[in-house]
Write a protein that binds this ligand. Structure first.
Ligand SMILES: Nc1ncnc2c1ncn2[C@@H]1O[C@H](COP(=O)(O)OP(=O)(O)OP(=O)(O)O)[C@@H](O)[C@H]1O
Ligand SMILES: [Mg+2]
Length: 356
């Protein structure tokens, strides 16, 4: 590790910078924070995950230990950051938040690790983007609660081991496949967060409407849940837009008519698909005869960054059975043709609903 004694001086200020940049980012998300549950009991859905977490948290608290390191995996907006905050709250622990792209040099990470308090939570978002040198430092920190520090340069250089307080690392990622296995294996608790079903989303919409003070009818809650893409962040965002429509063109109450009108105006269908979702499916059908088409080619064709195509659009289209990822590229299914009302002339594997 190439941390020199003179770099050590600046470690603290750098650490403050990376935490500061996160603070600014989070200030922009005030409404989201308002709706963010703070306790496990308010976190809707994901029952199995909550039950397990609750056991691990209780056990760690009773032993007065730091919780084992937690790895949170799931598409954007499903509650990774929320869960990290909840875990810290339930552990009565301090939380430090940063994201891997904000950690540039090993000293940035060392600065945070050497400044955290006993049993606190350290949250690293987008952990798949951690640089290799930092990842190596994290291995030792997670396992031995120490970091290696090189003092001096050349032949006079010597390594010092600095002990760290016991802490809980929470790493979050939308791309579990890009996290190296040595890092993955050092997390004692792995949580996969899946898309939410309509019941769970209804619970989230009801809770949020109570917080923001929007009146919404039970039928409208269920309909909105269907249109929310299995994603709490989208459910909350759509609820805010529907509140606008209800206030300006309706009676102030979000009812089924307002949901229908709002979804029409926002270009969202009753499966929760938006214009870009349909554009992706239509592009694969019309330009690539249903596929397969490579991810990079597809991203250029639909004018969407490959990151958001892979992290945001594809997981839901795959989960809903409109798209498949195959070794040769992306392919649409029969369901996609049906959705768009395009006759399919290619043969289908009836079992899998895919073209061949
Ligand atoms: N289980 C849940 N119950 C209630 N609200 C939730 C739940 N999960 C998420 N939310 C709401 O959705 C919003 C987005 O969640 P969060 O920011 O935790 O997602 P994320 O997984 O961290 O997304 P990203 O990958 O983009 O960072 C939160 O502000 C919160 O209000
Ligand atoms: Mg997040």
């Amino acid at each position: 590790m190439d941390i020199t004694g003179e770099n050590f001086e600046s470690v603290e200020s750098l650490e403050q910078n990376s935490v500061l940049s996160m603070t600014f980012q989070r200030q922009g998300d005030e409404t989201e924070n308002l709706l963010r549950p703070q306790r496990l009991k308010d976190f809707q859905g994901q029952q199995k995950l909550k039950d397990n977490l609750s056991v691990f948290i209780t056990a760690a608290r009773e032993r007065n230990e730091a919780l084992d390191h937690v790895f949170l995996i799931g598409p954007p907006g499903l509650g990774k950051t929320t869960l990290a905050t909840i875990i810290a709250n339930e552990m009565n622990a301090e939380i430090r938040m940063t994201s891997a792209p904000a950690l540039d040099k090993p000293k940035d990470l060392a600065g945070i690790l050497t400044n955290i308090s006993e049993n606190s939570v350290f949250f690293i978002d987008e952990i798949h983007r951690l640089k290799p040198a930092l990842e190596e430092m994290l291995y030792i920190a997670m396992e031995d609660y120490e970091i290696d520090w090189v003092i001096g340069q050349g032949p006079a250089a010597r390594t010092m081991r600095i002990p760290l307080p016991r802490f809980t690392l929470i790493g979050a990622t939308t791309k579990a496949g890009q996290v190296s296995s040595p890092l993955h294996s050092r997390f004692g608790i792995t949580c996969h967060i899946d898309f939410y079903n309509e019941n769970e989303l209804s619970g989230i919409i009801l809770r949020s409407s109570g917080i923001v003070g929007t009146e919404i009818t039970p039928d409208a809650v269920s309909l909105l849940a269907r249109c929310s893409r299995g994603t709490p962040r989208i459910a909350n965002r759509l609820l805010r837009r529907l509140r606008d429509f209800a206030d300006v063109i309706g009676t102030g109450i979000v009812d089924v008519d307002i949901v229908h009108e709002g979804m029409k105006r926002l270009g969202i269908d009753l499966n929760g698909l938006d214009e870009q979702d349909r554009n992706i499916l239509r592009t694969i059908i019309e330009f690539y005869d249903g596929g397969p088409v490579g991810a990079d080619t597809l991203s250029i064709s639909v004018g969407e960054a490959s990151e958001s195509l892979e992290d945001f659009y594809e997981p839901y289209l795959i989960q809903k059975g409109y798209l498949k990822r195959t070794p040769r590229g992306r392919m649409v299914t029969r369901k996609a043709y049906e959705l768009l009302g395009i006759p399919c002339e290619r043969k289908m594997d009836e079992d899998q609903g895919i073209l061949f």
